[in-house]
Design a protein. Structure first.
Length: 157
C-alpha cells in the first residue's frame, strides 16, 4: 500500500492480444499466479486494434493506468500487428501528454502465451508505478486521495 496515498488501490485496464497476452493472463489465473486485484482485462484480437479513443475513454472512466499488451516482436499472429501497435502507442502517448495524463500511466508491453509469471510481473510493476504517482486526476474520487486532503485528515501526534 502507498504511504503517500493511503487506501489507494490502482485501477488498471489491460487490452490484451487474443493470441499471446490474453492466453498468458488465462494461464496466470489457472496456475494461481498472484497479481493485483485492480486489474481488468479486455481481450482484443490483436494489439493494433486498440484505438486511441479506447485508451482515452479508459482514463475518462476512471482508470489509473492502461496496459496495451501484445505478442513479442516477430511473433504476431497477424504478422506485423504488434509493430503497427508500437507506432500507434507512440501516438497515444502524445495525445495523453496533451491531455495532461502522466506518461507512466500508459504502457505498451509484450507477453507470450507461456509467460504467466511474466504477465503477472508486468501487472505488478505497473501497479507499483501507479501507487508511486497516485490516482489519476481524471478519476472521480481522486480528491479523496489528494495530498492536501490527506494533510487535513492525518492525526497530529
Amino acid at each position: 500500500m502507498s504511504d503517500i496515498y493511503p487506501g489507494f488501490e490502482p485501477k488498471i485496464l489491460a487490452f490484451t492480444c487474443n493470441w499471446c497476452s490474453y492466453a498468458a493472463a488465462d494461464l496466470a489465473g489457472t496456475t494461481r499466479v498472484q497479481y493485483p486485484a485492480g486489474l481488468r482485462i479486455i481481450r482484443v484480437m490483436c494489439s493494433v486494434m486498440v484505438h486511441p479513443n479506447l485508451v482515452i475513454e479508459a482514463f475518462e472512466r476512471g482508470a489509473d493506468g492502461v496496459l496495451m499488451m501484445g505478442c513479442h516482436p516477430g511473433e504476431c499472429y497477424y504478422q506485423d500487428g504488434n509493430q503497427k501497435a508500437k507506432a500507434r502507442a507512440v501516438a497515444i502517448e502524445e495525445v495523453l501528454s496533451l491531455m495532461g495524463i502522466e506518461r507512466e500511466r500508459f504502457r505498451l508491453v509484450w507477453c507470450s502465451s507461456a509467460e504467466a509469471e511474466g504477465f503477472a510481473c508486468l501487472v505488478r510493476e505497473t501497479d507499483e508505478a501507479l501507487r508511486a504517482i497516485g490516482p489519476s486526476r481524471r478519476r472521480k474520487d481522486a480528491s479523496k486521495y489528494s495530498v492536501k486532503t490527506l494533510r487535513n485528515t492525518r492525526k497530529v501526534s
